[in-house]
Design a protein around this ligand. Structure first.
Ligand code: PHE
Length: 345
């Protein structure tokens, strides 16, 4: 055994360069493996004369430690994958993005409407989606077999019962519950999901969302209804907005009207959104039929009221000009990400 053997290996270790973890492992085998050069020196050392052992023992141990340290050092500094040069991690790289959810367009519209009516002093009322015939039809002046029931193709949960369970076709049912349980004056809005047995297409869906409203008090007139709707429309669609009312029919209101707002895209000139008319239909409304007040125990001689109802998908369609209803239900991330109002956490 010669001193140079040790020095030679030490020099090799110092010059050792590795590009990948595999290089490091190869080097470890070359120096410290069973057939490695350092291991071989240790084997040689066994046969060294006793008096020489002192001379070589310590440097040999130091060599082994130095080799192990160098290998460890290389292992740390060589990139994990692909054998690139450089440190393991690029600390200047941007972090993994933390994906925030955003509100669904229907929720955004609902919140806007609810906020507007809250300002006007309305409370929010909610009720069950699986309702009975009484609250969806009977108490709203739809007698059995009334043809107006056909306007709202109903999903029945239990048919053949005098008061069958069904999926509510409008949130007017919540207004009935409000009239039954609250004291006049009543001022409520009822946001919620409703169901109608419609074939799904760009213009119709079997699920959609409504906000309906009800105001019952002494001396409530059609003028109050008109003013409430005008104020709402201006808050929702801008201060220049005009409304027009067209006579309509609902079993629970008399008189009834359909409300159009002036098209906020062409400002009345006529465009393809308003189909050249300058007006967009947004809601149905009317004076609560005295029969409806009486059915819920409210004295129709003393009190009167108005009600209105609108579809949220329809308002969202006008707001964002998304003209296929199905987008609102498919939960395609590419669609949902367009409405970037991040949820506060
Ligand atoms: N309930 C009606 C509908 O679903 C809307 C409406 C509510 C109309 C209140 C008039 C008054 O179509």
């Amino acid at each position: 055994m010669k001193r140079e053997d040790i020095d030679k290996i030490l020099a090799e270790l110092q010059q050792l360069e590795c590009k990948s973890q595999k290089d490091v492992e190869d080097a470890r085998v070359r120096f410290l493996g069973k057939k490695g050069s350092i291991t071989a020196l240790f084997e040689e050392f066994r046969d060294v004369d006793k008096d020489q052992k002192r001379e070589f023992g310590r440097p040999l141990n130091e060599l082994k430690q130095a080799a192990q340290a160098r290998i460890d050092e290389l292992k740390e500094s060589v990139a994990d994958e692909g054998g690139q040069d450089g440190p393991k991690q690029d600390l200047s790289m941007p972090g993994d993005p933390f994906e925030l959810g955003s509100r669904h367009p229907v929720s955004i519209v609902r919140q806007e409407i609810v906020d507007i009516f809250r300002k006007f002093g309305y409370d929010v009322a909610e009720g069950p989606e699986v309702e009975d015939d009484h609250h969806v039809f009977e108490a709203l002046n739809f007698p059995p077999n009334h043809p107006a029931r056909d306007m709202q193709d109903t999903f029945f949960v239990s048919a053949g019962h005098p008061n069958p369970l069904l999926l509510r076709t409008h949130t007017s049912s919540v207004q009935v519950r409000a009239m039954e349980s609250m004291k006049v004056p009543i001022r409520v809005i009822c946001p919620g999901r409703v169901f109608r047995n419609e074939a799904i297409s760009a213009r119709a869906h079997c699920i959609f969302h409504q906000v309906e409203g009800l105001y019952v008090d002494e001396n409530v007139t059609f003028a109050d209804l008109k003013q409430a709707i005008l104020l709402f429309a201006r808050e929702m669609f801008g201060p220049e907005t005009e409304i027009r009312m067209r006579p309509s029919y609902f079993p629970f209101t008399e008189p009834s009207a359909e409300v159009d707002v002036s098209c906020n895209i062409c400002h009345g000139k006529g465009c393809n959104i308003c189909k050249g008319t300058g007006w967009l239909e947004i809601l149905g409304c009317g004076m609560v039929d005295p029969n409806v007040l009486e059915a819920s125990g409210i004295d129709s001689k003393k009190y009167s009221g108005f009600a209105f109802g609108m579809g949220l998908e329809r308002i969202a369609m006008l707001k964002w000009r998304v003209n296929d209803l199905r987008h609102y239900f498919e939960n395609d991330m590419r669609f949902l990400e367009e409405f970037g109002t991040a949820i506060e956490i």
